[in-house]
Ligand binder design. Structure first.
Ligand SMILES: [Zn+2]
Length: 439
């Protein structure tokens, strides 16, 4: 796919650049009238943002949402090809091979129904960093051991064999984890942004995933399969509603749980769970994003000094973007810009998103949108005299989390030296936890 930089290389109609496919044009008359050809004509190059009014007039609503959710880099840059399906967007010949294998497997799968998995596919399954329960569910799904309704029905159990999510098709692995509209939404909205309709069976999907040889992607897939299975059970046994954002949150929670578990077992100390005051003269900016698949996201940040006093609190709403991870990295860029505008020179930025923190620390250049926003952030660093980026668990980031979750209510408000009344107790408890025991 094309990743949009300044949009001058990419043709609106004939190139592959809109997530989810397309674009669908609403007004062909306007499209011709304005002689639109390159994507750059849809970008306001002063502010490096999309020309929302124009886009809304020309494209249909789903394409409009997709286009507006593409994050543009502040420095424009040139358009490049990136490889969707890996988090850094890098293409290697290994991945090209995997892609071809996937196409081949699809042809084979359509001619015979069984795909035999070589030992290395099982090895990869168990070697991943995902939680044991995620690996096991994935193994049961591939081996055909999950008690899915279609299977129970065939064994003469008295159940309705239709899908727990959509009730429109039989509930088997291929449908529940791939072809059901509910599953498709989850996969596409996940950080992998996978178009699962390319695969005819769940086994084949797993085969292609292993060929990618990307440990992050494999663990994410396993966590997603588990989260879908859990969501299905919640519908069946707890009468809960299916919400895409809820499933994605479970995926990122279990990824973090897995990382924290590894850390706790490994030589590294447990990750900090409480908010800590910054060093004297340094401002700490905590930031967060709330992601909604059915509506725009909100951003929140709070800046505090070495006494724990609030210097500023800011909300931003609405932000449309593709995934929770992209919302987090956009929150980071926004926070860095705010810190510059507020005149902070010695700053430490703190996130509770471990995936973002790991991408930041890995400092490898990629071609994905995530990489280009991280690159924006790195360029902003030169504005500071001293700067660092920390991770804290969610329990230490409650004020920023509150602001992000309530950004819709507060819209784009800025509080100077205070926070909204409803967040007083969170700021207070952050300061209180600093007191030594017995004080
Ligand atoms: Zn379904």
């Amino acid at each position: 796919m094309w990743k949009i930089g300044d949009g001058t290389q990419v043709n609106i109609c004939s190139d592959n650049w809109v997530p989810g496919g397309g674009p669908l044009i609403y007004s062909h008359f306007l499209f011709d009238e304005l002689s639109l050809s390159k994507v750059s004509m849809l970008i306001n190059h002063d502010g490096h943002c999309w020309r929302r009014d124009l886009i809304e007039l020309v494209f249909n609503p789903s394409t409009t949402t997709s286009i507006l959710s593409i994050p543009l880099s502040m420095h424009g840059g040139s358009d490049v090809f990136y490889w969707p399906g890996t988090s850094d967007g890098q293409y290697t010949s290994k991945e090209g091979y995997g892609f071809l294998r996937k196409l081949l497997a699809r042809d084979e799968a359509s001619s015979s129904t069984t795909v035999i998995l070589a030992p290395k596919f099982w090895k990869k399954l168990w070697a991943s960093r995902a939680l044991p329960r995620c690996k096991e569910t994935c193994w049961r799904a591939i081996s055909g051991y999950l008690p899915l309704k279609e299977r129970l029905f065939r064994r003469r159990v008295d159940v309705d064999p239709s899908c727990s999510f959509c009730a429109a098709e039989l509930e088997d692995e291929d449908h529940l984890f791939l072809h059901c509209p509910a599953a498709k939404q989850v996969w596409f909205a996940s950080q992998l942004a996978v178009r699962v309709d390319l695969f005819s069976s769940f086994k084949e999907f797993w085969l292609a995933a292993v060929e990618l040889d990307d440990d992050d992607a494999i663990a994410t897939i396993q966590a997603t399969v588990y989260a879908l299975w859990e969501a299905r059970n919640n519908i069946c046994f707890k009468q809960r509603e299916f919400v895409v954002a809820g499933v994605l949150r479970r995926v990122s929670n279990s990824m973090e749980e897995a990382i924290v578990r590894d850390r706790d077992r490994g030589p590294m100390a447990a990750l900090p769970a409480k908010w800590q005051k910054p060093a004297l003269g340094t401002i700490k900016c905590n930031f967060d994003a709330s992601f909604h698949d059915r509506g725009p996201s909100g951003l929140g940040m709070v800046a505090r000094n070495s006494d724990g006093e609030v210097m500023a609190a800011v909300c931003s709403f609405p932000i449309t973007t593709l995934s929770p991870l992209l919302a987090e990295v956009m929150s980071m860029r926004w926070t860095m810009q705010l810190a510059i505008d507020l005149g902070f020179r010695r700053v430490c930025f703190e996130t509770d998103c471990l995936q973002l923190f790991n991408h930041w620390r890995a400092s490898r250049e990629g071609r994905s949108y995530l990489s280009s926003i991280i690159h924006d952030c790195r360029l902003l660093l030169s504005a500071f005299d001293s700067v660092s980026v920390y991770f804290v668990r969610r329990t230490g980031n409650t004020v920023a989390d509150f602001l992000a979750r309530n950004a819709e209510t507060y819209a784009n408000l800025v509080w100077v030296e205070e926070v909204p009344v409803a967040a007083f107790h969170l700021v207070f408890s952050d300061v209180m936890t600093q007191l030594p025991v017995g004080a």
